[in-house]
Structures are given as structure tokens and as C-alpha cells.
Write a protein that binds this ligand. Structure first.
Ligand code: HT7
Ligand code: ZN
Length: 852
């Protein structure tokens, strides 16, 4: 496949200021007429090239006259034009019902809907499918009125009416020029949860969340989140919504989480639908986060869009940072930060240290869909967060105001963003720019010494080699630092931001009269791996006394990781310091339950593996299970206390109630790990009596890992109750795929033949195969069956939905980190994928790069 390079960017030869589309909608035969006003851009005589994917022109005309002297080259419709501006009309036919890729116009649960980012518009009509061609769209649709009573598109509705033969039509106009990836239409039998929002300048915006009638009662949380997001973006960034209408549609079959189409967001239904019986607290939080994320794109993505797909992090990294800020403001900032860092470490750090590592602004790609990665999104957000830290909140706001004012209506670059941050913030970000071009997670070694009244902090940074980047330069790392007194148990200095810019540096802090303990990278101010010489006693001290809640959590995690890594290496380790630190946190009355629940959780098996040169999944299980069991036994009464105190609460969606439920689940897990005789009965009672899905799924997770007779009963009862609810059935598949039992592979194989398992629905595939691939002990079973299973799924799914298939490949690419027997089997699975006949470029790129 062709490799696209960032440095090959050229401005478009032709612009398209106006686009009129006319859809005669039908699930098997949709006719699309496009009328493009095209204008030559620059002094050249190159023909007009319109991208197309699987399209055949039925008719082509130029300035009202049918023409036949066009050619097709690699899917592109090529038309030679003599003048400066012309009107081009094309007509094609497409079959949404047969579109299993879910890109372009497709059918889902009786609806017709579109997904155009990144390059789906070319599957609908011929067009210059690149984000720097901005056009004003008018869209007319007609359809059978009984099947598709609702017809939605971007912008504002203009007119509608009835037609003969039971059909009807509607016309929409979007006054804002936009790239074609933001185009959307939806047709179907939908009902709306309607509300309105009055903007900061007093304009009323009509809001609609469109779903199947039966799902309407599950849309209130999303609507509340939308209104909060609109108000938050005005208050925090001065961004006002700009159309009279904002619609969201939920669909069951979707490759991603959601899509920010101008004025018509399309969502995976899992990020809209919620009620206490079917959605967990995590689902509720994710819904608010994704609704906010897509809404915030209206400015960071739509009003200011990307010049080319290499700039993807310009809109995604910035928008993730904005949604993280928003979510932090709705509940506990500290817990939100802990969750975000955990996500970064679980998904981005492994990517950054593996064969698919790439900078947040990549240099090349074969298939852009493969670059919607944790690096672009989550590391991208960390880079914006560091700019926020360096500038401080006021200057950051001035800089974002400047960015939006300077580039409104434009297709911008990451460089434009950094320049606006420099100009608006009054700082020099020359060295900081390396974060955009260098891949790999920097490692920082920190060593603190103390002599008299002087503390010296020695810092050393290295950036590891990554594919195509053997040599790295030192980065600019903003590290928040504070010192605490070992005796006084008090801070010895104010927090300061150390700007580490060289490979080595020494920071001197005077006036330190007692032995200091180092608190560093507070709030995870830089996305680095930190190595320090702090021992168990100092980490335990920080876990109890640091005034930065993130640093407190981090100290506890480090203490746990150090203990577990030692246990894996030496076969045993002293669990005492961890047990005492957990006891201290668990019984600290000043802490809220949500923080305690995060702090006392052991690091995942995968994260422990990430600390090791060669991952030994069996030794990691043994070490973690043994520490978990001892924590359960030694702190049994504290776990029971935590469990009981949350037990009586009735369901309420508030930060306090969520925290209590989270701690309850964690406590139940430890009680089960302790071997307590009543743990399975407690879990089953919670499962059967729960008034909400958080408690029910939490209990199911505990039962699934065990051997009690209640296990099968719970699995069956859950299925019977929710078999008609696809989103909850996904949870049923996932809970079993995450089982820690030795027979998980057999169960997953059986589930893949279950009548409710289907490759046609991406949520279902992710629920089973995606979840299993991150179950370290199951997936990395020494017999290699996990690898073969995943390869089989990828090969089969590739025929239907290459994009979703390609997203399943990365766990196989971690073979270098495993022992030779496992590595060999992982490579064999990758080779089998690469050799599969008719492989898509999506999967080919991921699998061939993973083989290395
Ligand atoms: N900007 C959206 C990306 C997206 C997408 C990308 C590839 C294939 C399908 C897709 N659906 C949505 C989502 C977002 O980041 O907001
Ligand atoms: Zn996004």
C-alpha cells in the first residue's frame, strides 16, 4: 500500500466553496447527486481530481453540459477543466445496507446514517476528501416517510414537505464552511428528547437527542451533560455555540465512540443511553465525558479544523484535554487525574514503547484510521496540559483566545497552535516542540541528597529509541516538585515547577533543615516514567502525608509496584509496608471514598509486566494474587467496615454515592481474595439485590473469578434479565472475558460461538475479543491459544470491517516483551494475519509493523 508522508503536503489544486447534495435515500439503492462549485487554486493547469472509494459515476456534467471525457485513476474521478471556476455535477448509486465497514452511508438498526471522518465521504460521493477543502453545504434528502420519518443533516433545517408514493423530503443548510469529514445525515424512525440552551449572548439553541422511542427515558443524563458542557465552554474558554440547532443521534453500530459532525453529532449508543438499571457509574461518567468531548470539538476541530491528517492531535489532543478539565470540574479533580493517568499508562505507554510508536504528529501513514491512537488522543492531551502548566491558567486562556481568533474558519496545523501558545502566553516553546516530533516516553531519574541546610536534586532524562528514531534530544519537562520533612511531617518548601531541559541537571534548594522526602512529578505534570531512589518508608510516608492527592496515590502505587516487582524477581517480598500503607489510607477519615478506592487498588498485571524486561505472566499472577490475598486477610475487618458503610445506600448519581459504590466493589474484591467463606454469598446477595448496574456488575465480576455455585447462577440470571439489551449484553461478554480463572480461554472460545456473538457489531467484538486481549493471564496463556483466537477474529472481521479489525492487532505486537516461546507464537499469529488473502491495508499496516 501507498505511504502518505507529512512533508509531501501540497495545497489543494481546486477549492469547493459551495456544495449541494441531493439524496434519494433507500437502504439498498441510494442515489446521490452532487453539485460542486469549484475554483482553481493557484496558477496551474492540473485537472480536477475528486476522490472516490468504490464509486462508479452514473453521470458527470460540467457547467450544465453532460461530459464523457473524464477518467478514473485509482478511484479518483479526473476531469480536465479550462477555466477558473466551474460547476461540476455528478451522480452515483450506493447501497447502505451492504456497507459493513460502517464508513460512508450505512444502515444500522433500521436507520441510515453516515460516518465520514477520516475518509468516508469519498464512499458517498466524488469530492476532494481532504480536511483543508472547506465548503458550504446544502443537503436535500427524500425517503420513504413510514420507514424514515425523521430526516436530519448538518446546520439548520430550511424546508420540508411530502411527495407522492409515501415519500417525503427535507432540506438543511449549514452556513459554516466545513471539511467533508464533518458532513452527516441521518434518516430513521427516531424520537427526540428536546430541550434548549440560552447562550452567553442570549441566543436560544434547540437541542435534540434522537433515539428509538423505547430508549427515550435513557437520554436525560446525556442531555444534562450537553447543557453543562455548553455552559462550561462559555465560562472556561469563552466559546459560544453558533447554530440555532444542535442534534445528537445514537446508533448501535459504530466504529468509534462518537463523531462531532457540525450541528449533528452521531454517537455510539453506549455513550448516550443510561439509566441506573443498565449503566454503571463508569458508563455515566464516560457519557458525560464523550458528550462534552464532541461538543467541545465545535470550536477545537470544527471552527478551527486540521490542515491535513498529520495534524490530528491538534483537534484531538486539545479536545481530550478540554474534556478532562470539564470532567474534573464536575466531581473530584484528583480522582479524574488518577483515572486519566491510569488510562495513559495502560494504553499509551505500551504503544510508545512498542513497534507502533509514533509521535503525536506522525511523519507517515498507510491508513489514517490506524492513527486514532492513544498517542494522538491521550499523549496529545498531556502535551496541551504541559503547555497549560507552563503558561498558568490566565495566560493559557489568553493564548487559546488568540488561537481561536487567529484561525477561526481555517484548517490549521500543530505549529499554528504552538505559535499561538507562545504569542498569547509570552513564552518561548522552541524546545517544547520536540514533543510533537519525538516518540517514546521519556525516563527521568531523580536522586535527592541533603547536606546541612541544602537539598540537591539530581535529575537525568533519557528518551528511548523508537522505530525510525534511534537518536533523541532532551525534551522540556515541567516537573512539579515539593519536599516534605521526615520528622516534622510538614512541607519544607513551596511547590515549584522545575523545567528540566537538559539531559542532566541539579536543582539546589536551600533552607532545608531536616531530612527531606521528595515529592516529584506532582499531579503527573509531565508524562514520563520516573525512577527514584525513594525507599518503602519514604513512599509510605508520602502516601499518608503528601498534600497533592495525585502524588499520594502515586507513592502508594510505587510502593506496590516495587513490592510486586521484587516478589516476581525473587519469588517473595515483604508485604508489610504495603499492608500498613493501605491500612492507613483505608482508615483515614479525612479522605473521601472515591480517592481511597483508587489508592488501595493494586496495579494491574499488565502494568506490572510493563516494568519488567521480560514479562512473566505466571509469576506476576502469583505475586499479585499473594499480595492481594494477604491484604484481604490482614485488613479483613477494615474491608468489612468499608463494605458495610456503603451497603445501605440507595442509588443516587452523585460524587459521594459513586465513591461509596466504588469502594464497596473494591472491598468486596479484597474480601473474596482473602478467601473469606462468606465472600461468594455476599457477592451473590449484592448481585441479586442491587438497585443499580454498578453494584450488579461489580458483584458479577467477583463471582466470575470464583468457583462457588453462585457463579453459574449469576451468569445465567444476568443473561436472562438483559438478553434483549445489547449494551448490557456487552457487559456480560466482557465480565467473562476478563475472568482470572484458568479456564477463561475455553469460556471465551465458547462465547465466540454464542448465538449473541456477532462480528457485525463493533461493540460486541470489543466486548469479547477486545476485552480478552487485555486479560494478561488469559490472553498470554503459555499454549498460545489466545494469540490464535485473536488472529482468527482479526482475519474474519477484516472481511467486514477492516477498521475495527485493525484496532485488535496491537496486543500481538508486544511479542518482544515476552519469553521466546510466547514471542514465537505471537509472531506466528501476526504472520498468519499478514499472509491472509485479500487483507485490507488497515490490518496490513498494523500487523506488518508489529512484526517489525
Ligand atoms: N473525531 C472522531 C473520530 C471518529 C472516527 C475515526 C475513524 C473512524 C471512525 C470514527 N468515528 C469517529 C471522534 C472523536 O475523537 O471525537
Ligand atoms: Zn475527538
Amino acid at each position: 500500500p501507498q505511504v502518505i508522508r507529512r512533508d509531501a503536503y501540497r495545497e489543494p489544486d481546486w477549492l469547493v466553496p459551495e456544495t449541494a447534495l441531493d439524496f434519494r435515500l433507500d437502504s439498498l439503492q441510494t442515489r446521490v447527486k452532487a453539485r460542486l462549485t469549484v475554483v482553481r487554486h493557484g496558477d496551474h493547469d492540473r485537472p480536477l481530481r475528486l476522490d472516490g472509494d468504490s464509486l462508479t459515476p452514473v453521470a458527470v456534467s460540467v457547467d450544465g453540459r453532460a461530459v464523457t471525457d473524464w477518467t478514473m485513476e485509482d478511484g479518483q474521478l479526473v476531469i480536465a477543466l479550462s477555466g477558473v471556476d466551474h460547476v461540476i455535477e455528478t451522480e452515483v448509486e450506493i447501497a447502505p445496507e451492504l456497507n459493513t465497514q460502517l464508513m460512508g452511508l450505512y444502515a444500522s438498526g433500521g436507520l441510515l446514517c453516515t460516518q465520514c471522518e477520516a475518509e468516508g465521504f469519498r464512499r458517498i460521493t466524488f469530492f476532494p476528501d481532504r480536511p483543508d477543502v472547506l465548503s458550504r453545504y446544502t443537503v436535500r434528502m427524500d425517503a420513504d416517510k413510514a420507514r424514515y420519518p425523521v430526516l436530519l443533516a448538518n446546520g439548520d433545517p430550511i424546508a420540508s414537505g411530502d411527495l407522492p408514493d409515501g415519500r417525503h423530503w427535507a432540506e438543511w443548510h449549514d452556513p459554516f464552511p466545513k471539511p467533508c469529514y464533518l458532513f452527516a445525515l441521518v434518516a430513521g424512525d427516531l424520537e427526540a428528547n428536546r430541550d434548549s440552551f440560552v447562550t452567553m449572548t442570549g441566543r436560544k439553541v434547540d437541542l435534540g437527542i434522537w433515539v428509538r422511542a423505547a430508549d427515550l427515558p435513557k437520554t436525560d443524563h446525556a442531555m444534562a451533560a450537553l447543557k453543562l458542557s455548553m455552559a462550561w465552554d462559555e465560562a472556561m474558554y469563552g466559546r459560544e455555540y453558533d447554530l440555532d440547532v444542535f442534534n445528537i443521534v445514537a446508533v448501535a453500530d459504530f466504529n468509534f465512540g462518537a463523531m462531532e459532525n457540525k450541528g449533528l453529532n452521531v454517537f455510539n449508543s453506549r455513550y448516550i443511553l443510561a439509566d441506573p438499571d443498565t449503566a454503571t457509574d463508569m458508563d455515566y461518567d464516560a457519557i458525560a465525558g464523550v458528550v462534552a468531548h464532541e461538543y467541545f470539538h465545535n470550536w477545537s476541530g470544527n471552527r478551527v479544523t486540521c490542515r491535513d491528517w498529520f495534524q490530528l492531535s491538534l483537534k484531538e489532543g486539545f479536545t481530550v484535554f478540554r474534556d478532562q478539565q470539564f470532567s474534573g470540574d464536575q466531581g473530584s479533580k484528583a480522582v479524574k487525574r488518577i483515572e486519566d493517568v491510569r488510562t495513559l499508562r495502560a494504553s499509551q505507554f505500551p504503544e510508545d514503547s512498542g513497534p507502533l510508536a509514533h509521535p503525536i504528529r506522525p511523519e507517515s501513514y498507510m491508513e489514517i484510521s490506524n492513527f486514532y491512537t492513544a498517542t494522538i488522543y491521550n499523549k496529545g492531551a498531556e502535551i496541551v496540559r504541559m503547555i497549560h502548566t507552563i503558561l498558568g491558567p490566565e495566560k493559557f486562556r489568553a493564548a487559546t483566545d488568540l488561537y481561536f481568533a487567529r484561525h477561526d474558519g481555517e484548517a490549521a496545523t500543530c505549529e499554528d497552535f504552538v505559535k499561538a501558545m507562545e504569542d498569547g502566553g509570552g513564552v518561548d516553546l522552541s524546545q517544547f516542540r520536540l514533543w510533537y516530533s519525538q516518540a517514546g516516553t521519556p525516563r527521568v531519574k531523580a536522586a535527592l541528597s541533603h547536606d546541612g541546610a541544602t537539598a540537591r536534586l539530581k535529575l537525568e532524562q533519557t528518551v528511548p529509541a523508537t522505530p525510525g528514531q534511534p537518536e533523541k534530544q532532551p525534551m522540556l519537562l515541567p516537573l512539579k516538585v515539593r519536599l516534605f520533612g521526615a520528622q516534622s511531617e510538614a512541607p519544607l518548601c513551596d511547590e515549584r515547577i522545575v523545567m528540566l531541559s537538559a539531559a542532566n541537571d541539579e536543582i539546589v534548594i536551600e533552607g532545608i533543615e531536616e531530612r527531606p522526602i521528595l515529592s516529584i512529578n506532582r499531579g503527573f505534570s509531565a508524562p514520563v516514567v520516573l525512577e527514584s531512589d525513594r525507599g518503602a518508608a519514604d513512599l509510605a510516608f508520602l502516601s499518608a502525608h503528601d498534600d497533592d492527592p495525585f502524588a499520594r496515590y502515586e507513592a502508594m502505587q510505587q510502593l506496590m509496584v516495587d513490592t510486586l516487582v521484587r516478589a516476581v524477581a525473587e519469588g517473595m517480598a515483604d508485604h508489610g509496608p504495603v499492608i500498613e500503607a493501605v491500612r492507613g489510607t483505608l482508615t483515614d477519615k479525612a479522605l473521601d471514598a472515591s480517592f481511597i478506592a483508587e489508592a488501595v487498588l493494586l496495579p494491574s498485571e499488565a502494568f506490572i509486566g510493563d516494568q519488567m524486561l521480560v514479562v512473566d505472566p505466571d509469576a506476576i499472577n502469583r505475586a499479585r494474587d499473594s499480595l492481594r490475598a494477604e491484604l484481604g486477610v490482614k485488613l479483613e475487618s477494615a474491608w468489612r467496615g468499608a463494605y458495610d458503610s456503603a451497603q445501605a445506600n440507595r442509588f443516587e448519581y452523585s460524587p459521594a454515592a459513586k465513591g461509596a459504590r466504588r469502594l464497596k466493589s473494591v472491598a468486596l474484591g479484597y474480601l473474596a481474595a482473602s478467601g473469606a467463606k462468606d465472600a461468594a454469598d455476599l457477592a451473590y446477595a449484592q448481585f441479586a439485590g442491587a438497585d443499580n448496574m454498578t453494584d450488579r456488575q461489580g458483584a458479577l465480576g467477583v463471582l466470575v473469578n470464583g468457583t462457588s455455585g453462585n457463579r453459574a447462577k449469576a451468569i445465567e440470571a444476568f443473561y436472562d434479565r438483559y438478553q434483549d439489551n445489547a449494551l448490557v449484553l456487552d457487559k456480560w461478554f466482557t465480565s467473562q472475558a476478563l475472568s482470572t480463572r484458568a479456564d477463561v480461554m475455553d469460556e471465551v472460545l465458547a462465547l465466540s460461538s454464542h448465538p449473541d456473538f456477532t462480528l457485525a457489531n463493533p461493540n460486541r467484538v470489543r466486548a469479547l475479543a477486545g476485552a480478552f486481549s487485555v486479560n494478561q493471564r488469559g490472553f498470554h496463556g503459555a499454549d498460545g491459544r489466545g494469540y490464535a483466537f485473536l488472529a482468527d477474529i482479526i482475519i474474519a472481521l477484516d472481511k467486514l470491517n477492516p477498521q475495527t479489525a485493525a484496532k485488535l492487532v496491537p496486543p500481538l505486537g508486544r511479542w518482544r516483551r515476552f519469553d521466546e516461546r510466547r514471542a514465537e507464537k505471537m509472531r506466528a499469529a501476526l504472520q498468519r494475519i499478514v499472509d491472509a488473502p485479500g487483507l485490507s491495508k488497515d490490518v496490513f499496516e498494523q500487523a506488518s509493523k508489529s512484526l517489525g
